[in-house]
Design a binder for this molecule. Structure first.
Ligand code: A2P
Length: 300
């Protein structure tokens, strides 16, 4: 299985990261330390997760040289206005105690008005190009090595890339798991040279139990003498995506880093099982945000 992928910039992004969404204060630092000791060199975080300071402290304490680490963060919806981006990025950099990010993503294709509680900025949501141009500027300034997007569907990607971009999106981070494997998006992304990153790869807290007891997953685990989580994480890497499993349990953090190649017949069987039931998203904040449309709908 590929240990990393090469982005358009030439940078090598490690295939398996520790995801820190929902990793709480007082536990995330230890998880990051365990991960770095285990050999992880990729941490996937975000401003909105509220734990960047603890993540930063754990990284600093680990002694792993900065140039051997891959750090991703994400621009929150409130900061899409060009003048708000650099201050938001600087806050993340300070909290992580670093001078640059390897990857900075637009967290959602949704812009809120600054300082507001989820009030939609219709203009910046409809047209993300001003936001993107500012991110390109920050790449050129050296504060970010690569820029990308998250939770963009094909229509949203085309809406962005129809502009004359200086730096194309390096990745698109989306929900990918047994319940919502998005085979069309994966195929389209491969055809268009856009790497996908899988968040909630085990089905997130809500669905992990169900994911780990899928018969095809259990069969792989049994035949290869690995755990169900390892079967699923390996499946993601074998599909050609970056995978971002979250855990704050030391033994699981270690377990999730061990991926193996699945024999073709077992891979195909799991892929078929995942893609032949009606897809069901685990994560969709549209209602929580009071949107009068679905953020994942192709038609807005
Ligand atoms: P915890 O963090 O308490 O260890 P996802 O990566 O899809 O977001 O899933 C995260 C959820 O899966 C968390 O509830 C996490 O629990 C749990 N989890 C992570 N790794 C494993 C594993 N190897 N075995 C069982 N559960 C796991």
């Amino acid at each position: 299985l590929p240990s990393h992928h090469i982005l358009p910039s030439g940078d090598k992004i490690p295939s398996v990261a520790l995801g820190v969404w929902q990793a709480g204060k007082g536990e995330v630092g230890a998880a990051v330390q365990t991960a770095l000791k285990t050999g992880y060199r990729h941490i996937d975080g975000a401003w909105i997760y509220g734990n960047e300071e603890e993540v930063g402290k754990a990284i600093s304490a680990s002694g792993v040289p900065r140039d051997q680490l891959w750090l991703t963060s994400k621009l929150w919806n409130n900061f899409h206005a060009p003048e708000d981006i650099e201050p938001a990025l600087d806050e993340t950099l300070t909290r992580l105690n670093t001078e640059y990010l390897d990857l900075y993503l637009i967290h959602w294709p949704i812009a809120f008005k600054k300082g507001s509680n989820n009030v939609l900025d219709k203009e910046l949501t409809a047209n993300p190009y001003p936001t993107w141009q500012k991110l390109e500027e920050l790449v050129d300034k050296g504060k970010i090595r690569n820029i990308g997007i998250s939770n963009f569907n094909i229509a949203r990607i085309k809406n962005l890339t129809a502009n004359p971009l200086k730096h194309k999106p390096a990745v698109n981070q989306v929900e990918l798991n047994y319940f919502n494997p998005q085979p069309e998006l994966l195929k389209w992304s491969k055809e268009n040279g856009l790497l996908l990153e899988a968040y909630s790869p085990l089905g997130s807290t809500k669905q992990v139990k169900e994911a780990l007891s899928v018969p095809e997953v259990k069969e792989i685990a049994k035949k290869l003498d690995i755990t169900p989580a390892q079967a699923l994480i390996s499946w993601h890497v074998q599909r050609g995506t970056i995978v971002l499993p979250k855990s704050v349990t030391p033994s699981r953090v270690q377990e999730n880093f061990q991926v193996v190649t699945l024999p073709d017949d077992l891979f195909d069987k799991l892929e078929k099982a995942a893609t032949s039931h009606p897809p069901q998203r685990v994560v969709n904040p549209s209602k929580n945000w009071g949107l009068d449309f679905d953020v994942f709908d192709e038609n807005w």
